[in-house]
Design a protein around this ligand. Structure first.
Ligand code: 6PG
Length: 482
C-alpha cells in the first residue's frame, strides 16, 4: 500500500533495524509513514519486506521525503549517534518550514541534543531528543520512550509516540521528560543502570561458577527461579536463556565459548563521566564501566594469570546457602545502583533546570526497555508516597529490603574476597551503603591533609567559618573567612 504525497503523518529517515522497526510499529497502528534512507536500495528492500504492513510512502530523496509529510512535518531521524545526526539535520533543514519537528531517536549525547535544539530553534525548527529503549524487538512491538524537547512539539507527536510505546497496567511507557537534552539524559542513565544491572548479574554468575561450582545449565535454572521473585526482570529472564543455550558446534554451553571481552558503545561511560562532573557518587555504574574496560585487557589478563598469585580456591561449605546469599547480594546491590542512578537524575535535573519527575521515569521504565523489572513499581510507589526523595535508600521499602539483605551481602563480599573472585559492583555498592549510613566519614583527615600541603582550609564542627592551621610554622589556627 502506498499513500499519496503530503499525507504521511510522520517520516522516518534511517532504515537500519531500529529505524525500520519503529516505522513498522507506527504504520502497523494505522499511522501513514514516509520512509527514507541515505542509500535508496535499503528503502526498496524495506518496502519489499514490509511495504504491506501499513501506509508507507517510500522516498528516494530527502526532497520527496519532506514533500510526503503533512505539516507541521514530523521527522524521526534514526541514524548513528554523532556526526551522522548533524549531517542529516544539515541536509534536512533547508527543506523544512518554521515549526517543523526533527526527532532524534538515537542514543545521542544530551549535550549534543542541547546544542542541536538551540541551533534548530535559530532556524525556526523544533528539535526533540527522544530516548528509545527496548532493542529491535522493543522498537517493533512497544519500546519505552523518553521524549525530551519543547512541550508544544511533544504535543504534536504525543499521540503517535504513546501509541507505539509499551503499555503496563494501562499506562503507556512514554511521557514527556523535559526540555532540550532531558530525554536523552534519562536514556543515558537508563543505559548506565543497564550496565550496572548486567555487571551485577555477571558477578553473580562468576560466583555461582567459581565458588558454588555450578555449570551454566545449573546456573540458568537458578536465574529462572530468581525471575519469579523480587529480581523479576527482563535481564534476569534473558540471563537464564543465554546460560541455557547449547552451542551447536561444541555441544557445550554457548556462554562457555563466547570471548570474555565486553564491548560498549559509550552511554555507560557518558553516565559515569557526567556523574563525576555533578559530584554524584555513582559507584555501581562506574564500576560496571571499569569492569568492561578490564575485561577488554584480555592479553594483559592472560599474562597476569600466569604471574600474579591469588588465594587457593576452596569449595563452598553450603551451596544452597551461598546461592541464596548471592541472590540477596544481587538484590541489595541493584537497589544501590538504582538509588545512585536516580540521585544522579535528580542532581542533573537541578543543574539543568529540567524539573524531572523521577516517579514518572520509573513508570516508563516498567515496560519495553532493557531494564524493565517488577522492581520499578516499587520505585514508582516510593516517589508517589514520599515525593522528592534525595536517595531511594531512605524510603522505608528499600531501607528494609537492604537491611534484610545486608548480612548475606556482606558474606558474599567476604567470600568473594577470600576466594579471589572480583566483585567490583557488589563490593562498591556495599561500601557506598556503609559510607552513606555513616554519620562521620574520614573526610576530616582529608581536609586536614589538604590544609597542611595546600592551605586549602577546613571547617570546624564546633564553630562557623573556615580555618587554616599554620602546620609548618607556629602551629596556630587562623580563621580565613573574616
Ligand atoms: C536499549 C539499549 C540500547 C543498546 C545499548 C547497548 O535501551 O535499547 O540500551 O540502547 O543496546 O546502547 O549499549 P552498549 O553497546 O554500550 O552495551
Amino acid at each position: 500500500m502506498t499513500a499519496s504525497a503530503g499525507s504521511s503523518r510522520i517520516g522516518v529517515s534511517g532504515l537500519a533495524v531500529m529505524g525500520a522497526n519503529l516505522a513498522r510499529n507506527i504504520a502497523r497502528r494505522g499511522t501513514p509513514v514516509a520512509v527514507h534512507n541515505r542509500t535508496a536500495a535499503r528503502t526498496k528492500e524495506f518496502m519489499q519486506a514490509y511495504g504491506d504492513e501499513g501506509a508507507f510512502t517510500p522516498a528516494e530523496s530527502l526532497e520527496d521525503f519532506v514533500a510526503a509529510l503533512e505539516r507541521p512535518r514530523r521527522i524521526i531521524v534514526m541514524v548513528k549517534a554523532g556526526k551522522p545526526v548533524d549531517a542529516v539535520i544539515e541536509e534536512l533543514s533547508p527543506l523544512l518550514d518554521e515549526g517543523d519537528i526533527i526527532i532524534d531517536a538515537g542514543n545521542s549525547h544530551f549535550d549534543d541534543t542541547k546544542r542541536r535544539t538551540a541551533a534548530c530553534a535559530e532556524r525556526g525548527l523544533r528539535f526533540m531528543g527522544v530516548g528509545v529503549s527496548g532493542g529491535e524487538e522493543g522498537a517493533l512491538l512497544g519500546p519505552s520512550i523518553m521524549p525530551g524537547g519543547d512541550p508544544a512539539a511533544y504535543a504534536e507527536v504525543e499521540e503517535i509516540l504513546t501509541g507505539i510505546a509499551a503499555v503496563v497496567d494501562g499506562t503507556p511507557c512514554c511521557v514527556h521528560v523535559g526540555p532540550d537534552g532531558a530525554g536523552h539524559y534519562v536514556k543515558m542513565v537508563h543505559n548506565g543502570i543497564e550496565y550496572a544491572d548486567i555487571q551485577l548479574i555477571a558477578e553473580a554468575y562468576d560466583l555461582l561458577t567459581h565458588v558454588a561450582g555450578l555449570d551454566a545449565p545449573a546456573i540458568a535454572k537458578i536465574f529462572e527461579e530468581w525471575n519469579s521473585g523480587d529480581l523479576e526482570s527482563f535481564l534476569i529472564e534473558i540471563t537464564a536463556k543465554v546460560l541455557a543455550k547449547t552451542d551447536e558446534k561444541t555441544g557445550g554451553p554457548l556462554v562457555d565459548v563466547i570471548v570474555d571481552e565486553a564491548q560498549q558503545k559509550g552511554t555507560g561511560t557518558w553516565t559515569a563521566v557526567d556523574a563525576l562532573g555533578l559530584g554524584v557518587p555513582l559507584t555501581g555504574i562506574t564500576e560496571a564501566v571499569f569492569a568492561r574496560g578490564l575485561s577488554a585487557l584480555s592479553g594483559e589478563r592472560r599474562a597476569a594469570a600466569k604471574t600474579l598469585s591469588g588465594p587457593n580456591p576452596s569449595a563452598a561449605e553450603n551451596r544452597e546457602d551461598l546461592v541464596d546469599d548471592i541472590r540477596q547480594a544481587l538484590y541489595a546491590s541493584k537497589v544501590v545502583a538504582y538509588a545512585q542512578g536516580f540521585a544522579q537524575m535528580r542532581a542533573a535535573s537541578v543543574a539543568n533546570g529540567w524539573d524531572l519527575d523521577l516517579g514518572a521515569m520509573a513508570t516508563i521504565w516498567r515496560g519495553g526497555c532493557i531494564i524493565r523489572a517488577q522492581f520499578l513499581n516499587r520505585i514508582t510507589e516510593a516517589y508517589a508516597e514520599h515525593g522528592d526523595v534525595e536517595n531511594l535508600l531512605m524510603v522505608p521499602y528499600f531501607t528494609e529490603a537492604v537491611a534484610n539483605a545486608q548480612d548475606a551481602w556482606r558474606r558474599v563480599v567476604i567470600t568473594a574476597t577470600e576466594q579471589g573472585v572480583p566483585v567490583p559492583a557488589f563490593a562498591s555498592s556495599l561500601s557506598y551503603y556503609d559510607a552513606y549510613r555513616r554519620e562521620r566519614v574520614p573526610a576530616n583527615l582529608i581536609q586536614g591533609l589538604r590544609d597542611f600541603f595546600g592551605a586549602h582550609t577546613y571547617r570546624r564542627i564546633d564553630a562557623e567559618g573556615s580555618y587554616h592551621t599554620r602546620w609548618s610554622q607556629d602551629g596556630t589556627e587562623v580563621r580565613t573567612d573574616v
